[in-house]
Every structure is written in C-alpha cells, then in structure tokens.
Design a protein around this ligand. Sequence first.
Ligand code: NAD
Ligand code: TYD
Length: 366
Amino acid sequence: MRIQIGKFREGENRLVMKTILITGGAGFIGSHVVRRMVKNHPEYNILNLDLLTYAGNLENLRDVDQEPNYSFVRGDISDTEFVNHLFATHPIEGVIHLAAESHVDRSISDPASFIRTNIFGTFNLIHAAKEHWKGQVEGKRFYHISTDEVYGSLGTSGLFTETTAYDPKSPYSASKASSDHLVRAYGHTFHLPVVLSNCSNNYGPNQFPEKLIPLCIHNIRHNKPIPVYGKGENVRDWLYVGDHAAAIERIFHEGKSGETYNIGGNNEWTNIRLIRLLCDLMDSKLGRTPGSSQSLITFVKDRAGHDLRYAIDSSKIQTELGWKPSVDFEEGLARTVDWYLENTAWLENVASGAYEKYYEKQYLLR
Ligand code: NAD
Ligand code: TYD
C-alpha cells in the first residue's frame, strides 16, 4: 500500500506540495536520492539540508538545482538550535535522513565527528520531528538510512537478515547502530511513523574518492599505487547507487511504519578480485596494454578491526515492496568508470580539496 505523504487540502482534489527534508543530499547517495525525488515528485518541495563537509558537493546537483521544487540549506544536524529552527520555519512532513560521516577509516582516526553527526545529529532530527509534529503524525514519515555494517562481520557463509543481531565493530558502524536504535525507540515510545533501511556497499558516479572503487579509478588513471588492505580477501556486496536511490523512493512511499528493510545487490566480490577487474576495465578504457594496471596493486597494512564479509538477504524488500536491483555489476562498473573518466574535473577538484575552500567562501554557516 502506498503511504500518502501529506494531506489533501479541503476543497482541493490535488495534493498540496509537501515539504520533504532530505539530509546529506549533497553527498554521494543523497545526491542521487535528491535528483530522483525532484524529478519524479513535482508534488514535493525537496529541501536539501547539508553541512557540505569534505564529502558534500553541490556540483553533484547542478542538473536539478534550478528546479522549482528544489531548495538547499546549509546547516549542521548536530546543531540543536538550527534543526529546531528549520522545523519551526518549514512545514516538513517527511524526512529522508542520509547525512552522516560515512567512512570507516576516518572513524578510526577521528571517531568524535561520527558520534556527533551520526548519533547526536540523528537524535536532533528525530526529536525535532517528534516535537514539531506533536502527535499529528498522519501523513508524516521519518525515514532513516543505515548500513549493513551494523550487523558486524560474517564468516564465509550466511547472509544478514532484518533480524540479525546488531554487532557493530567499527566506530562508524557503532555510531550508525546507535542511531538506528534511537530511531526505532522513538517510533516505539512516541508512535512516530519511522521506517529504516540497511544497505550494502554502494558504487557509482559522485562517490568521494576515499572509498575503494573511485580511489582505484583515480589511482589507476594517475599510475599511482592501489592500496589493498591485508590480503584483499575481505568480501563486500556491491549495489549500484541508482538502485539504492530507487529502493529509498520505494520504501519512503510504501514501506510499513516501524519496519526495517535490508537492501543489497546479491553481488559479492573479494576486494582483490574486484580491483583486478577494475584494472582490466581501466586498461581497456584508457587504451593501455591489457594487464598493465595490475602492476599498481600494492598490499598494505590491514585496516584495524577490518570486517571480513558483508552480504545481504534482501528478500523482504523484494517480496513485500517489489524492488530488486536493476543494474548488473559489469554494466554498473562500466558506467561508473565512464562517468569518472568523463568528469575528470570533478574528480581532480574533489581530490585536491579545492572545492572545500570554494564552498567555505560561498556559504557562510549561520
Ligand atoms: P557521503 O559521505 O558521501 O555523504 C554524506 C553527506 O552528509 C555529505 O554531503 C556531508 O556534507 C553531509 N553531512 C555530514 N555531516 C553532516 C552534518 N553534521 N550535518 C549535515 N550534513 C552533514 O555518504 P554516502 O556514502 O552518500 O552515505 C549516505 C548515507 O547512506 C549515510 O547515512 C551512510 O551511513 C549510508 N550508507 C552508505 C553506504 C555506502 O556504501 N556509501 C551504504 C549503506 C548506507
Ligand atoms: P570502503 O570503500 O572504505 O567501504 P567499507 O569499508 O565501508 O566496506 O572499503 C571497501 C573495502 O575495500 C573494505 O574491505 C576495505 C577495502 N579497502 C582497501 O583494501 N583499500 C583501500 O584503499 C580502501 C579505501 C578500502
């Protein structure tokens, strides 16, 4: 059943435009979600709230930022006063919450920002929703986006289901697990209409080049070493970002309140196998001698506490909501490589940090 976000105004047979807050919309997944929602839902005012950290980049949204149903506000979800002010001044009826610190390696070197943004920031948002919706929850929805990493690490067999016990192993996954618990607790205690999803590793255009796939593309292009942690035997389940955005749109509208949906690509790869594939793909795209980029592969010290394997059972969303991945890995990877090779300015700009300085000047924090 489709959940109606917003209400019909008396005497009108058209749904009045509803304000949907999307947090983290300038980031990798968030920008794909914003684009999809802006294009598919002219009946919504899409309000993108993003702090524009190193990972947020408004260039990701150039093709939709002039649309009449899109607006942007720069702000910090961990700033309680700011979040309350935003809810007080905008008729927010739905929240799709993606803003987060998202990189495991950074959570090992700087856990504090993960606690602040992922836990306290999520608390601010869900608490503001509770306070401002004041029990008037019909037509409202708070959708929290999370990761499969909250379930911990699998051995060589088995899959994460929605009932797998939480067992986070990195400061990143622990902070996401904590935020998931908070959102569920608010749903339970205050009868807020919450919905959650936990997704596997995403890849695709606009991903910051600290994550494995864009980092490899960037380094191969520049003939720089490709750092492989440990022996490269860790396994990840990769999903094309557009398929995740489609799942988010589906869950936002059709997911059952109080429920969690696991999202995955059914597409497991050891890191080393994936990196070798990427090297070969890059060789062919760049006209290099087949096999030459593999010489860049460099085994380095393993990540501390490195989870061995993630793999998702996504049968619940497939059966109940009719979603399934649509982009196979070969096609998705080719599309991704093409995008990075066609958008070298984006990659160089992001990698150099120049865009950060630019945005510091362009957007002053409150
Ligand atoms: P990202 O790091 O690319 O983007 C995060 C965005 O949040 C950035 O635009 C950043 O500026 C913004 N942000 C960070 N701190 C903020 C704050 N305090 N206030 C406001 N905005 C802030 O992340 P991503 O990979 O797009 O991930 C988005 C969400 O999806 C996260 O919640 C992440 O946990 C989840 N997720 C990611 C993956 C993945 O493979 N990338 C998989 C499953 C779930
Ligand atoms: P990453 O993209 O950081 O995602 P996550 O840690 O959230 O799964 O890393 C994916 C896998 O690649 C993970 O097993 C760590 C590994 N990895 C490397 O081997 N080298 C690297 O330089 C990076 C960034 C990751």
